[in-house]
Design a protein around this ligand. Structure first.
Ligand SMILES: [Mg+2]
Length: 121
C-alpha cells in the first residue's frame, strides 16, 4: 500500500513514521512531503491509499491541500494530524471529507484505530 505523509516539521514526520512502522512492511511505499503543494503533487503522482496531512504548513496549508486532493479523488482517505484541535478546524475538515482527525502527536492506539477503520471502509 502507498502512504503519503505531509508535514512541515521533520520531527513530526519522523514521529509519525515511527508509529506507522507497526502497520507497514517492505511491500509498502511511504512518501513524504513538507507542504500542501507537495501533498497535492505527490497525491497526483502516486495515488496513495492513505494520506496523513498536517494543517499548518507554508506554501499551501492542509485545509487547501485536502480540498485539492478531494477534487482529484473524492474518495481519497486523508487523515488530518494537527495540534490545532479547535472545533472550527475539525468541523471544516470533516465537511471537506477528512477520513479522521488526530491530535498531534499520534499515539500507537490512535494509529491502530485508523488501520482498523481502513479495513472496514
Ligand atoms: Mg505544521
Amino acid at each position: 500500500m502507498k502512504i503519503l505523509v505531509v508535514d512541515d516539521s521533520r520531527m513530526a514526520i519522523k514521529m509519525l513514521l515511527k508509529t506507522l512502522k507497526a502497520h507497514t512492511g517492505e511491500e509498502d511505499e511511504i512518501f513524504t512531503g513538507k507542504n500542501g503543494l507537495e501533498a497535492v503533487s505527490l497525491y497526483k503522482e502516486q495515488s496513495p491509499s492513505l494520506v496523513f496531512l498536517d494543517l499548518t504548513m507554508p506554501e499551501m496549508d492542509g485545509f487547501t491541500a485536502l480540498e485539492e486532493i478531494k477534487k482529484i479523488n473524492k474518495n481519497a482517505r486523508v487523515v488530518i494530524i494537527s495540534a490545532d484541535i479547535q472545533k472550527g478546524s475539525m468541523d471544516r475538515v470533516r465537511k471537506e471529507g477528512a477520513f479522521d482527525f488526530v491530535k498531534k502527536p499520534i499515539t500507537a492506539e490512535k494509529m491502530q484505530d485508523i488501520f482498523n477503520k481502513l479495513q472496514t471502509s
